[in-house]
Every structure is written in structure tokens, then in C-alpha cells.
Design a protein around this ligand. Sequence first.
Ligand SMILES: Nc1ncnc2c1ncn2[C@@H]1O[C@H](COP(=O)(O)OP(=O)(O)O)[C@@H](O)[C@H]1O
Ligand SMILES: [Mg+2]
Length: 247
Amino acid sequence: MLEVRDLMVFYENALAVNDLSLEVRQGEVVGVFGSNSAGKTTLLNTVAGLTLHLQQRERRKGGMRITLGGAIRLDGEEIGGLSPRARVERGVVLCRERHPVFRDNTVEENLTLGAYLRPSGELKRGLESVYELFPPLVALRKRKAGMLSGGEKEMVAIGTALMARPRLLLMDEPLLGLSPLMQAEVVRGARAIARRGVTILISEQYARPILPIIDRGYVIENGALVVSGTGAELLDNPEVKSAYFGV
Ligand SMILES: Nc1ncnc2c1ncn2[C@@H]1O[C@H](COP(=O)(O)OP(=O)(O)O)[C@@H](O)[C@H]1O
Ligand SMILES: [Mg+2]
């Protein structure tokens, strides 16, 4: 479904993604693991089109130079030159890191914003399906999103992404900063999303909490691929195991 070939991202002179290739097949849940600054966010932002958007904005301002290289293909079609919006329309939707929400808007307003490219007739069913997935949000519907806990905000952020009806959902460190209980809730949510037929590419610093739901994973360091394989194969690699599985 998604094929990333020889992807390169330079910010000014810093190499954030270095000749990275990976693939996500239809129906898979694929993990990308790497420490802080490994390039996880840059990878997902580049697949979603945000890096291209930033590059174009910086060019107009005469600011930071961003250089992009490589190919990003969705179902065989090159999408690396498309706007973020055009990628959303093709079903590629990003849930950004640190559970961003519109703080002064209610939970339901946040979710509704996620559906801005969808026909309005879908809204009700979309909301119902997010509330089915994350029942704690029902009681919080009218609450300002800024008042929520980190875990609740993450549910809103994921729910907002789902309102855009992704075929490929990109999740950037959804577990970051959450309690173990909330992490379990988000992992359960991700599994349920996958069961609904959504393909998922998920980044995390540590692999262990999402090991039960991934089909395969890639470990990256300094923007470059270190090793890839099934969860069991990654666990078999002693260095990977100590660095990314916390054992
Ligand atoms: N907007 C940016 N401008 C300049 N450098 C950036 C920017 N975003 C990320 N970087 C650099 O790119 C590298 C990869 O960062 P990032 O993709 O955020 O990694 P991760 O998400 O794995 O922590 C880091 O060295 C970071 O400092
Ligand atoms: Mg990041």
C-alpha cells in the first residue's frame, strides 16, 4: 500500500532521514522504532506531506533550506509531490505527536474538525464510531479539550484523525507521556482500528507496549534503517532488544 524508497530529508545541513526505504502492506500494523531525534516524526511528516509544505513555506520566506529526496508511493502512485490535503483525500492521515488538540474547542468540535473533507452526511456515523472506539469520550463530549488528561487528549487526537476516514493511519508516538493504563487503552484502540480495516504505521521510542499489535517493525537510528523484521525477529536481535525493548 505504502512504499517509501530511498527517502532523504535534510534540514539546512542536518540529515534527518537518510536513504530510508520501507513498506507497509494493506491491512498491516507496522512499527517504526527509534530513540529521540532518530527521525520518526520527520518520516511520518514527510509521508503525510507536512515536510513538503514546510519546505514550500520556508522557500517563500527565504528561510531554512529543506531538501527532500526519494519516492513515496501509495498503491503504486507517486504522492511525494502532493499537498497534505491531497494525501488526506487519498486516505493518508497523520495523528501528530504529543496529542495535539484545539484546546478551546470541545471534544466533539475537535472530532468534527477532523471530518472537514468528508461529506456532511457522514458526520453522525463518524462520531458514533469514534465514541464506540473510545467510550470515555462520550461523557467528555462537551468538555474543552484543553482540560483533558494526556490520555484523553490522545483519544481525541486519534478520533479526529479517524474522522477523516483514513485508509492508512500514521500514528506518531501515541503512547508518549501516558500512564501504563492509558497506554493500554490506546494500544487497544489501535488494535480495534486495525480490525476495522485501517492500515497503520506507528512510531514509538520503545517497542514493547505495541509489540502485541504489530505485524512488523523497523528500527531507525540517525534517520537510517538499522534492522527490520517481525516482532519476534526484532526481539531476537540482542542490541535491538536492549535498546528498544527495555529488557
Ligand atoms: N523543523 C526542523 N528543523 C530543523 N531540524 C529538525 C526539524 N525537525 C526535526 N529536526 C531534526 O531532525 C532530526 C530528526 O528529528 P525527529 O524527526 O523529530 O526525530 P524523532 O521524532 O525520532 O524524535 C533531529 O536531529 C532533529 O533535531
Ligand atoms: Mg518525534
